[in-house]
Design a protein around this ligand. Structure first.
Ligand code: ADP
Ligand code: MG
Length: 252
């Protein structure tokens, strides 16, 4: 499979601290690649560098060969590197379905104002996007909640809505930031199945995660960070038996 996203010698310093140190790896098309590592390993910083929320001190990130690490986050998102939306980005007073439709507008740069005003253009767009929005809701198990006001959703469904919004912007690669955090076993298994389904549909997924068992179940490949450096890369079986990885986790 071709490489979709390339991370090359990526480094981020905060003053004297090197949070991400000369990290390189690639994400292949249609794979699920997870980045794991103990607390403070640099996962969140790496995630922000890849989604262009932070600028690297040195090194770069390329999407389909094009350098994206100097772009503003919304431009990177428009190019197809989309991180899931946090609860703060969800319009809590709107319905689940409206949130997904708005995300389509953000990507298409169709008039958001038009959407709110209910003008002709916005209505036509809504109709055009309707089927796709419904497909996304279905995929994330949100169909029966489509008319529900977002603020009333239980936590797990709210997280699913964050992913639905990301999907609605039609990403090339979806970045998931700790998708299993705070989830119980059943919720985690549902999320694992759902992410796998997205990959089957052709999506490429990069996730940063702490939950080791879930990562082992879901990933095609895993990159392990420790103190900002990549210490291992491989299949779940390879990572599970890697001495450096075991040591890093035991030490944490
Ligand atoms: P992880 O997500 O793996 O727990 P982080 O990327 O959050 O790790 O942090 C890596 C290191 O960088 C930590 O030592 C953290 O304290 C430091 N760090 C992260 N963000 C900042 C920042 N904005 N300013 C200074 N230090 C930071
Ligand atoms: Mg973190």
């Amino acid at each position: 499979m071709a490489d979709l996203l390339e991370v090359s010698a990526l480094t981020k310093r905060f003053g004297g601290l090197v949070a991400v140190n000369n990290v390189s790896f690639s994400v292949r098309e249609k794979e699920i690649l997870s980045v794991i590592g103990p607390n403070g390993a640099g996962k969140s910083t790496l995630f922000k560098l890849i989604s262009s929320f932070l600028r690297p001190t040195s090194g770069q990130v390329r999407l389909k060969g094009e350098r994206i690490s100097d772009l503003a986050p919304h431009i990177a998102a428009r190019k197809g590197v989309v991180r899931t939306f946090q609860e703060t980005t969800i319009f809590k007073n709107m319905s689940v379905r409206e949130n997904v439709i708005i995300a389509h507008h953000l990507r298409s740069t169709a008039s958001l104002i038009g959407f709110f005003l209910g003008t002709g253009t916005a209505k036509a767009d809504e109709a055009a996007f309707g089927a796709s929005a419904d497909d996304i809701l279905e995929l994330l198990g949100l169909s029966s909640l489509a008319g529900e006001i977002a603020r009333n959703l239980p936590h797990g469904h709210l997280r699913a809505l964050g992913i639905a919004i990301g999907l609605a912007t039609n990403p090339s690669i979806l970045l998931l930031d700790e998708p299993f955090a705070g989830m119980n076993h059943d919720e985690t298994m549902r999320m694992v199945a759902m992410v796998k389904r997205l990959r089957e549909l052709g999506l490429t997924i990069l996730l940063v995660e702490h939950d080791m068992p879930a990562v082992m179940k879901i990933s095609d490949r895993i990159v392990v960070l420790n103190f900002g450096e990549k210490i291992a890369e491989g299949t779940p079986a390879q990572i599970q038996n890697n001495d450096k990885v075991i040591e890093a986790y035991l030490g944490s």
